[in-house]
Design a protein around this ligand. Structure first.
Ligand code: KIV
Length: 300
């Protein structure tokens, strides 16, 4: 039987066929780019899925974008699962990648397996992502052995912010670049189906992409990766006062549009433009007369 006959979702009328990790490899072989966008909830995931993006990342950056933390360090597994549930109820086609947050896989491979299982069973994710290179190989191997596909994440790994000395590009020296190549190869050998490479020199990302058989998905890693990731809130300009990372690009100013709408709403109400009869619930004249009789005790 050919794989296309087995696709999830094919049996549901009106719903697009669910993508699988095998479709990603096929895209790369056809020379097509892969698209991954981080969403935080039902509304944003619905937009991302509807636009035909291949992978929705339930990223722990939701700690910043949706929960208002300064970084991703404090994000818990329960917070991730809460958001994952709302995202998975919206997404019909895209592959759902559930980030495992700091502390969910660092102590032991068994933790990685248990939390990956929670992400799939409770959060509705299809696959999981975890940060780290050679150091997380035992965790990746354990999760893959348990039957859950794993996406790696190397370069700027924001969960280890203190160790990295802040949100800084990684792999700029020969030694650091070589370590990233070793990390990527180790993750591929451990069974990852794809790797995010974040904030590393484009030349290092290109070397990694050439050497791997699995797709690389770049964010701040140049154009030679097999795919690109952006966070929806950055891409669409949802948080008006948020600093846009050097490697981000804003394709819309949705936050400013919403701000204008909120001001227009207030002005409209003050000037009597909203609500009008078309936004109101009508009552029959006879019923109203009867109501007045009841509450006021006399006819008008
Ligand atoms: O959490 C996230 O959005 C991420 C991407 C930046 C890769 O990990």
């Amino acid at each position: 039987m050919v794989r296309s006959e087995l696709r999830n979702g094919d049996g549901v009328a009106g719903e697009p066929a669910k993508l699988t990790i095998f479709d990603l490899q096929a895209k790369v072989e056809r020379g097509e780019k892969i698209f991954q966008v981080t969403a935080t909830d039902f509304a944003t995931a619905k937009l991302v899925d509807g636009a035909g993006i291949d992978l929705i990342l339930i990223g722990d950056s939701l700690g910043i974008m949706a929960l208002g933390y300064p970084n991703t360090v404090a994000v818990t597994m329960d917070e991730m699962l809460h958001h994952a549930g709302s995202i998975s109820r919206a997404a019909k086609r895209a592959i759902l990648v559930g980030d495992l947050p700091l502390g969910a896989y660092h102590a032991a491979p068994a933790d990685a397996v248990n939390n990956a299982m929670r992400m799939v069973k409770e959060g509705g994710a299809d696959v999981v992502k975890l940060e780290g290179g050679e150091d997380v190989v035992p965790m990746v191997e354990a999760v893959v052995r348990a039957g859950i596909p794993v996406m790696g994440h190397i370069g700027l790994t924001p969960q280890l912010l203190s160790k990295l000395g802040g949100f800084q590009a990684q792999g700029r020296s020969a030694a650091a670049g070589a370590q990233l190549v070793r990390d990527a190869l180790a993750l591929e050998r451990a069974g990852c189906f794809a790797i995010v490479v974040e904030a590393i020199p484009d030349r290092v990302a290109a070397l990694i992409s050439e050497r791997l058989t699995i797709p690389t998905i770049g964010i701040g890693a140049g154009p030679q990766c097999d795919g690109q990731n952006l966070v929806l809130h950055d891409l669409a300009g949802l948080l008006v006062d948020r600093f846009l990372p050097q490697f981000g690009k804003r394709y819309a100013e949705v936050g400013k549009t919403i701000d204008a709408a909120l001001h227009a709403f207030q002005q409209d109400v003050r000037e009597g433009g909203f609500p009008t009869a078309e936004h109101s619930v009508a009552m029959d004249d006879a019923e109203y007369a009867a109501l007045l009789l009841e509450v006021e005790g006399h006819d008008h």
